[in-house]
Design a protein around this ligand. Structure first.
Ligand code: UDP
Length: 502
């Protein structure tokens, strides 16, 4: 017998969220001969299981008497993760054997999917909670496909719910090349927080060793580190020999200007280094890779927003060419051997920093990219910003880009990993917000949220720059359940916190 209590946050009484929760709870209860009780909370965002709330007395009594709690809430209301964490903080240890988390996504796109919830996972790991590894997302306004969704979820969840004990999938052992770099370090944080075991392979040519300590301070866990250069096949071979489940490959050179001056360096590190890595992975039977690609592969976009089907354009510089070559190599590899599982993530413009202020972008020398240049001008480390071009065919004449917060981007990698481990072949996803912002908009937002002045002057266009590009990120939302959550103001605030804390 399994008694189930369904706690439903912020419903319209008897509305869709309640019906979804009851449908899930009924399935759990049917494992035994238990009863389902439903508690509807009028406004979870306000209550958040606040102990001083008198209405909680009833909830507590009923949850304590149940074997399994089903916690459901619409995802668009406040933070589902925050709600779940508060719930688990309060109720685990009360004899509750299981909690089924049901973030209910009502209306809108994507149409109905069962996606790994990468946001929930770190919270669950931290709390040692008992929750199905794949949460139910119900995205059907008419509810006509609810049963079908539940059937798919149930096929994975039933076995673990029997006996009221659900465990998380085993943590993976992951090698992260370039894990001390900007996007790499933020991804390592997310991987560690999700319970994975991480080894960083880095030559520290464009990053600091102290990043590893800082990752440790954020996560309470220290990743293993192997110092090595991906151009060296024997160093790579021994690094990859550690029995990894997957490789995240960030190690690469990324300066457009430097690539024009030193093209061979770019072909050696980005192309030869990647081929060495794939070769070593192949020898050691590691066939899952998440690769850092870039929207630069599209060249000057012919249509906006840019979808993954947009053809690769002529590359404007050797850096862009190396990214295209590596994507082609990965596609060829997947075609030749279908046992490879490859995620190629096409980043738009990663900016921002970890909200702790402990890690962020730290280019050596004078930055090429806009945000680190802006933060250094704001800090007085550089005299003024040059805005390259104010005569583009854009609303204010300055270049338009899709800036994406690095923490969102990092989470996209975990979502991609979850996807590829359950599939095979080559997959590419755009990671961006879908919003274009001009250079002037970024500078104005930065000044507004930080209260700092960023002196600037207009300068001629920078050779090789496109006027405007922004992503259509809907494929990542549909297939990965990933969507950028931070806006430009968050990106500026976090980039400044990082700059000003150093
Ligand atoms: N940019 C600028 N001044 C700078 C650096 C960049 O005006 O010092 C502009 C650049 O022309 C582009 C945008 O900022 O329109 C983003 O450039 P970034 O180098 O950050 O990224 P990209 O899109 O070139 O990869």
């Amino acid at each position: 017998m399994i008694d189930v209590v369904a706690v439903v946050g912020n419903p319209r009484p008897g509305g869709r969220t309640t019906r979804v929760a009851q449908a899930v709870a009924a399935r759990v209860a049917a494992l035994g001969s238990g009863e389902v009780e439903t508690i509807e909370l009028a406004d979870h965002a306000a209550r958040m299981f606040d102990p001083s709330d008198p209405a909680l007395g009833e909830v507590t009594t009923r949850v304590a008497g149940a074997d399994v709690a089903v916690l459901a809430s619409p995802t668009y209301k406040a933070s589902f993760t925050g709600l779940l964490k508060a719930f688990l903080d309060r109720y685990t240890g009360d004899g509750l054997a299981g909690v089924v988390a049901v973030p209910v996504m009502l209306g809108g796109s994507p149409a109905h999917s069962l996606a790994p919830d990468t946001q929930l996972r770190p919270v669950l790991v931290e709390l040692g909670a008992v929750v199905p590894t794949r949460s139910v997302y119900v995205v059907d306004t008419e509810m006509d496909r609810l049963e079908e969704t539940l059937d798919r979820w149930w096929s994975g969840a039933e076995a673990v719910l029997r006996g009221c004990s659900v465990s998380l999938p085993p943590p993976m052992k992951i090698l992260v090349t370039g894990g001390a770099g900007f996007v790499g370090s933020h991804t390592v944080v997310e991987l560690l927080e999700a319970g994975h075991e991480v080894t960083i392979l880095d030559d520290f040519s464009n990053s600091e060793r102290s990043v590893v300590d800082r990752i440790g301070r954020i996560t309470g866990k220290r990743p293993a580190v192997v110092e090595g250069d991906i151009r060296n096949p024997s160093a790579l071979d021994s690094a990859v020999a550690g029995g990894y489940d997957a490789v995240f490959h960030f190690a690469a050179r990324k300066s457009v200007a430097e690539s024009v001056e030193e093209p061979l360096l770019y072909y050696q590190v980005n192309v030869t280094g990647t081929v060495n890595l794939l070769d070593a992975m192949s020898r050691h039977g590691v066939r899952t890779i998440v690769f850092s690609s870039s929207c630069t592969v599209y060249g000057d976009p012919q249509e906006l927003p840019v979808t993954e089907d947009h053809p690769f354009g002529p590359a404007a510089n050797p850096y862009g060419r190396t990214k295209q070559m590596m994507e082609h190599a990965l596609m060829d590899l997947a075609a030749a051997d279908p046992s490879w599982r490859i995620a190629s993530l096409r980043y738009f413009n990663p900016v921002g920093a970890h909200p702790s202020g402990l890690i962020g972008e730290d280019p050596r020398g004078v930055p090429d990219n806009l945000m680190p240049y802006v933060t250094r001008v704001a800090a007085g480390r550089l005299p003024e910003l040059r805005i390259f071009g104010n005569d583009y065919p854009t609303p204010d004449g300055t270049g338009v880009r899709d800036y994406v917060h690095v923490v969102d981007l990092a989470r996209g990698h975990l979502a991609a990993l979850d996807y590829v481990v359950g599939s095979s072949g080559y997959h590419a996803w755009n990671l961006g917000t879908g919003q274009g912002s001009s250079v002037l908009e970024l500078v104005e937002t930065f000044q507004r949220v930080t209260g700092r002045t960023v002196p600037y002057r207009f300068a001629p266009r920078r050779p090789g720059d496109v006027a405007a590009t922004w992503a259509d990120p809907s494929k990542a939302e549909r297939e990965l359940g990933w969507k950028a959550k931070h806006d430009l103001a968050d990106m500026c605030r976090d980039a400044w916190r990082w700059e000003s804390s150093r």
